[in-house]
Design a protein around this ligand. Sequence first.
Ligand code: NDP
Length: 287
Amino acid sequence: MKQQNYLDNLVGVFGHPVAENPGVVIQEAAFADLGLERWHFLTIDVGPDDLGDAIKGLKAFKMRGINCTIPHKIEVLKFLDAVAPSARIIGAVNTIVNDGGKLTGHNTDGQGFMIALQGAGVDPKGKKVVVLGAGGASRAICVELALAGAAKLTVVNVPRDQALADGLMRTLRENTRVEALYVPWEGKLTVPAGTDILVNATSIGLYPNVNDKPNIDYDSIGKGTYVQDVIPNPAFTPFLREADQRGLRWQSGLQMLINQAALNIVMWTGKQPNKEVMRQALEKALA
Ligand code: NDP
């Protein structure tokens, strides 16, 4: 008789709110494609006061890992045994790997962004980059860009949260060699001449606010500027439409999302997923 193993391998996401997080769709499509029958991705609503108990549960269930999303990305640091260098600099973790009870935190948001850039044939080394927004996604992206050798990083953010931008400037200057500059976002932004890469790392344009776009003088974007959005839903935002209408090269946040999910799968299962399968599953779910 064949020996059976019905043990489930569990991964998932802790967040609040989390019901609309599409991680399960992408991850389970990859598991099925890889023939990982007993791997399951659980979408788990964990309130801010319950994170410690949830982490105990993760260990008790011997879950292989977990993603953390709003509001846990920073708070979770205190429950970890180790933190990857870039996640330590970013100051936030979105992926945890459980090696026999030892929890290591990673930040795959910025790494997913970098792989998306590479996929588009864009090397940030020595480049001048303008990043809109100074929130969590911006921090991850800015740190990775700086570590990859970007020459100049201009972070544009509304002055209503000065502390965010100040913190990011300090992080970049203390941990990397990039020339970091903060520009308060007041009125219509003129994109500095000579910008090689323009990134929307704000939440402007995210569903349901699908008609919103960053307040920019779009005609000020140089002809050679590469434009990248972080918004995964919808994939084609008004920001990207402006870039497209001007004949600029651009990429949506979808690829970044797929890449970071693919990195999670590699970390958890040791197997390389098929990103095309993941992309198709996500597009079908978001359609
Ligand atoms: P945060 O809330 O941490 O940051 C959002 C940023 O956008 C802040 O700097 C905020 O400024 C700014 N912002 C929001 N609205 C406006 C506005 N009207 N005008 C100017 N600035 C504005 O969110 P995250 O950084 O975590 O996420 C940002 C986006 O990135 C989300 O849409 C998320 O879906 C996406 N994302 C995509 C990923 C992917 O893989 N594709 C991965 C991670 C995130 P202020 O604080 O002053 O409001």
